[in-house]
Design a protein around this ligand. Sequence first.
Ligand code: ADP
Ligand code: ADP
Ligand code: ZN
Length: 218
Amino acid sequence: MNLILLGPPGAGKGTQAKILEEQMGFKQLSTGDMLRAAKAAGTEIGLKAKAVMDRGDLVSDDIVIGIVSERLDQPDVKKGVVFDGFPRTPAQAEALDKLLASKGQKLNAVIEMKVDDEALVKRIVGRYTCAKCGQGYHEEFAKPKQAGTCDVCGSTEFTRRADDNEKTVRDRLHVYNTQTAPLVAYYRAQGNLHVIDGMADIAVVTREMSSVLSRVKA
Ligand code: ADP
Ligand code: ADP
Ligand code: ZN
């Protein structure tokens, strides 16, 4: 089963992808996480991507399609992938269709997560992550059980993304609306689109996703 979570920055894609990975055995494929890892490691791709990411623009289709293609060749993703933050342009969507077809696979569902712009800004500005295991948190909406300690690994160190500030978020929302939103029509035409209300609580959104997945053919 291959699934795309489609939605603007802060919609909850990463949060839900991690839950689907734990509960249903999917592999999360986050191009944002992969690019941030490349940036941190100082690879050639990371160096090219850094300035573009920090100002909230999109990294080039060639680079992103290249890293996804390599990832899909690895054995652990054969059973199914939750694409988180990919595709983001029509060229990436077409490339993904071809990549999956070349591996004898297909896309089973695209879940569009709808959230109001002001809620997105609040979510992004309050977002932080465990520095050790990558678990995501929010200052108001998803606090650790014990303040200052990661629920998953017990670490007391957390990080914030360079691009998670109000100015860059508004720019990223504009990029989403102009470059990524056209994918909604693309996937609707394919018959793969399912729309859910991303404004609900995290657990309610997870239930809605499970309900969509139970109706989708493997
Ligand atoms: P969010 O989920 O908050 O939108 P991501 O972690 O998915 O953020 O992406 C962070 C940044 O990484 C984007 O603003 C963009 O610069 C880059 N990026 C991630 N995925 C892609 C992609 N599929 N195409 C182009 N750029 C990407
Ligand atoms: P995305 O990957 O789409 O950019 P995230 O999953 O990282 O979004 O979520 C952005 C922030 O909002 C995180 O701090 C997360 O804890 C929080 N969040 C995610 N889903 C919800 C929700 N349904 N309600 C409130 N806050 C949420
Ligand atoms: Zn942790």
